[in-house]
Design a protein around this ligand. Structure first.
Ligand SMILES: [Zn+2]
Length: 234
């Protein structure tokens, strides 16, 4: 192979490696943020469950007091019934007692619902506490792995960049400039094989002239369509 083509291929290979490592390095903080968010979301869900359960307990205590106050009223009404001699007053007190009893019964129904909610909430809290601890440990491990991975990628990237610089040395400045320009515009490759005279970058057929020139392997040629460097490959 024409040696300049070979030098460009080596450079492209190292460029690709540098790009891959750079992309990975950029992804690491986002991956770490996602891990932290998943943990924060789960902790927030547990806090919400705890808060809801506590609110239900407070509501139940309030209902307890309300029921107790009505029981107190009923006791007082009964006492008053023992003292009165008026039928009307006795009847009115009977009505008040039955009204208070009905209210107590409604309060007790609400309390039953709340107790179910509290029980379910407490069971879920106990179960989730254990699972959250496991989840925290898993996230901590994954975050530690990311730190290790980051250090590794940074080291690899420094090496890959040094190797890339070394690969640039045998290439004349104007060829290098052209190569960089093509790579920046095409984003993937700047030098591609052209099997049977077809550019594998843009899949267009090269002109007869370019095909012949790359076949003799003695000069640097570009695809007339996409501008990439092309080399003969049979
Ligand atoms: Zn092309």
């Amino acid at each position: 192979m024409f040696e300049l083509n070979e030098a460009l291929l080596v450079l492209q290979h190292r460029d690709t490696r540098v790009t891959e490592l750079e992309r990975e390095l950029v992804r690491i903080p986002a991956q770490d943020a996602a891990l932290q968010k998943s943990l924060a979301d789960r902790s927030a869900a547990l806090a919400k469950l705890r808060q809801d359960t506590m609110a239900a307990e407070a509501e139940r205590k309030k209902l307890d007091l309300e029921a107790a106050s009505r029981r107190g009223l009923i006791a007082r009404y009964k006492q008053q019934q023992l003292q009165t001699r008026k039928n009307e007053e006795f009847a009115a007190l009977t009505q008040s007692i039955s009204h208070a009893e009905k209210e107590i019964s409604e309060i007790e129904d609400q309390e039953l619902e709340l107790m179910e909610k509290i029980e379910t909430g407490q069971a879920a809290l106990a179960a989730e506490k254990g699972r959250l601890a496991e989840f925290e440990a898993k996230i901590a491990k994954q975050r530690a792995d990311l730190v290790t991975r980051k250090a590794y990628v940074e080291k690899e990237l420094a090496e890959a960049r040094a190797q890339r610089t070394a690969a640039e040395q045998p290439i004349p400045e104007e060829v290098l400039t052209k190569y960089r320009r093509i790579l920046t515009s095409k984003k993937d490759t700047a030098i591609v094989p052209a099997p049977h005279g077809v550019c594998s970058g843009c899949h267009m057929k090269l002109t007869m002239n370019t095909s012949l020139r790359i076949k003799t392997r003695d000069s640097l040629q570009n695809c007339e369509n996409c501008g990439r460097f092309v080399y003969w490959d049979d």
